[in-house]
Ligand binder design. Structure first.
Ligand code: MN
Length: 289
């Protein structure tokens, strides 16, 4: 049965860095396990051979998406203009890399560092987020790209923790290529349930991460994926659905620490990915849109 969504897998299932060998392995494994799309985190994108990666993706018939969070010293939600400027540059450089890889989706915590903030977001910080993302959205628009505002939990950002927060932020940015990115792992921590946020976001949903409550094997935790996938069907969502999982078995310098990946939830990425591919396909075919 033809699935209505491209199925993606996060590169951290395969490798923790973007050296040519790691990228070749991740692309080969993504194709081998039957996914349509590979998502790269651009946290160490400076090491990536962009042209070579694009060619290899094309050879393997894979789509690509990119994600990232910012850093506390390069953070567009800061009130320090030098810190904001460094964050803005990271965003524009990452958008360019995504475009050069052949991707049309650039998503993630594009609005803050990934980490525990010691205070609520300030009004000036939020205004900086809006201003920078308006500029980024305009640039993305000229390239036919969309930006995703990934809704992250309170321990990873203070900018948007719920779908409603994300809709308000997208309203203030006011660009129709800025969409909401929902992630079941974060929703489990912050939302009332896994259904209402999907219905509220509706046709402004642009990207989806599927992760268990502990970010391990799908189905091994307590998330009600059936209800979530039914809600996706009910809003007619046809965008990417990307499996995201992390284990201390694959370590990315920086990102693994930012996401608090301390535990070994799996060791065999290929087994994990095959299982996830089947799980996602089963959920998507169980309720036709
Ligand atoms: Mn995510």
């Amino acid at each position: 049965m033809e699935l209505r969504n491209p199925l993606g897998v996060h590169a951290l299932v395969w490798a923790g860095d973007t050296s040519p060998d790691s990228v070749a392995y991740a692309i080969g494994q993504t194709a081998k396990t039957g996914f349509d799309l590979l998502e790269f985190s651009l946290h160490d994108s400076l090491s990536m051979d962009v042209a070579g990666t694009r060619a290899l993706l094309q050879e393997n018939g894979l789509a690509v998406a990119c994600s990232r969070g910012l850093a506390f010293d390069a953070d567009v939600s800061s009130t320090d203009s030098a810190v904001v400027e460094r964050g803005e540059k990271l965003l524009h450089d990452s958008l360019t890399i995504t475009h050069e890889l052949g991707g049309t989706h650039f998503t993630g915590a594009l609005y803050s560092a990934l980490g525990k903030y010691g205070a609520p977001l300030s009004a000036q910080g939020r205004a900086n987020v809006v201003r920078v993302l308006q500029g980024l959205a305009a640039e993305a628009g000229t390239r036919g790209m969309t930006l995703g505002l990934e809704v992250c939990n309170r321990y990873e950002t203070n900018v948007i923790n719920t779908a409603r927060d994300a809709l308000r932020l997208a309203d203030d940015i006011g660009a129709d290529n800025v969409l909401v990115h929902l992630d079941t792992y974060h929703m489990n921590i912050e939302e009332d349930d896994l259904v209402r946020p999907v219905l509220e976001v509706g046709d402004r949903l642009g990207y989806v991460h599927i992760g268990e409550n502990h970010r391990g094997y799908l189905g091994s935790g307590h998330l009600d994926f059936t209800s979530f996938f039914h809600a996706l069907a009910d809003i007619g969502y046809t965008g990417p659905v990307t499996f995201e999982s992390f284990s201390s078995a694959v370590v990315a310098a920086g990102l693994s620490n930012d996401l608090a990946i301390w535990r070994n939830l799996w060791t065999d990425g290929e087994d994990l990915a095959r299982h996830a591919r089947a799980f996602l396909a089963n959920q998507l075919t169980a309720r036709p849109a």
